[in-house]
Design a protein around this ligand. Structure first.
Ligand code: 8YV
Length: 319
């Protein structure tokens, strides 16, 4: 039987590529450049399957021009805001993602962001690195302690719960907003809030773990920053779309928000140049799931979804 033709749009892990080459007639974009609309449309006439990353945008416009040869888009990501799912469904194209396998890596990064923002990681690193550390005082670089503080989590899905588990190790008092309350076994004593507004009032630290959808665009806006306890710390390891970046800058300016830890930005790659002047913003370039173990697991999960699809079964992560 001829192997299905597979296009891998970016340089995935070596183990993923080796396995893909073994099981599929695979072409890898070794140049590792993001696939633009024309690339995606052209590839659809030549491949049965694509494994894209969140850098390839299957908009409604692209979906409408895809060749019927393309049968499945097996995303190498849990987030699928780069895919117009209704349009792809209308074209009869199956779409899958890679949940579960990146929850711990992303939660670890959220912890790094929270601690780095709370404890002056940017200014501290810069001060030592540049040789500017010529003074010490007890009132020098005093941060905000997480132990025992109240943590608000918006979105208690897999990553939100993994983050809560890590935060319990810091004895944080965990509160969450979710569309519905979790069963006790999953909530593990965390306090449920049935509105975002109610959660914000207790969020000394706030971490975002919900997907980017039209409903969550600018979820954190000026009105909502104002509801946080003064001096709150905000963490975003989910999607840049969730935060009104101008409103965040304004809240940092007044001290309403003391610090932010961000792995996601409205514009990626690139981020927000206006953030660079603020050392109380600890920033990373969208690397939440970037560990060797997780990259392999994401690649294998995407391939397992393809395996099931081409074996005539329902892929585990069919959306
Ligand atoms: C990835 C992500 O780095 O899975 C997601 O939704 O944002 C990240 O884990 C990226 O999408 C890899 O394709």
């Amino acid at each position: 039987m001829t192997k299905p033709r597979l296009w891998i749009t970016r340089r995935l892990s070596d183990a993923t590529i080796a396995r893909a080459m073994r099981d599929y007639d695979t072409v890898v974009n070794h140049a590792d450049t993001p696939g633009g609309a024309e690339d995606l449309i052209a590839a659809s006439a030549d491949f049965d399957a694509i494994i894209p990353c969140h850098s390839e945008h299957f908009s409604a416009e692209v979906a409408a021009q895809l060749d019927p040869r393309l049968k499945i888009i097996a995303n190498h990501s849990v987030g699928v805001d780069h895919c117009d799912l209704p349009s792809l469904k209308a074209q009869g194209i199956a779409v899958t993602n890679t949940p579960d396998v990146l929850s711990d890596a992303t939660a670890e990064l959220a912890m790094l962001l929270m601690l780095g923002a709370a404890r002056n990681a940017v200014a501290g690193d810069r001060t030592v690195r540049t040789g500017a550390w010529d003074f010490w005082s007890p009132s020098f670089m005093v941060g905000k302690q997480v132990t025992g503080a109240r943590l608000g989590i918006i979105g208690m899905g897999r990553v939100g719960r993994a983050f809560a588990a890590k935060a319990r190790g810091f004895d944080m008092d965990i509160h969450y907003y979710n569309r519905s309350p979790l069963p006790d076994a999953q909530a593990q004593g965390a306090t449920y809030h049935d509105t975002v507004e109610s959660l914000l009032g207790v969020a000394d630290f706030l971490s975002l773990h919900c997907p980017a959808t039209p409903d969550t665009m600018d979820l954190m806006n000026a009105e909502r920053f104002a509801l946080l306890p003064p001096g709150a710390v905000i963490v975003n390891s989910a999607r840049g779309a969730l935060v009104d970046e101008d409103a965040l800058l304004a809240a940092l300016g007044t001290g309403q928000v003391a610090a932010a830890g961000l792995d996601c930005f409205k514009v990626e790659p690139g981020g927000n140049p206006a953030f660079a002047a603020h050392e109380n913003i600890f920033m990373l370039p969208h690397i939440g799931s970037a560990t060797t173990r997780t990259r392999d697991a994401m690649g294998f999960r995407a391939l397992e979804n393809l395996d099931a699809f081409f074996a005539g079964k329902t892929p585990k992560d069919l959306l």
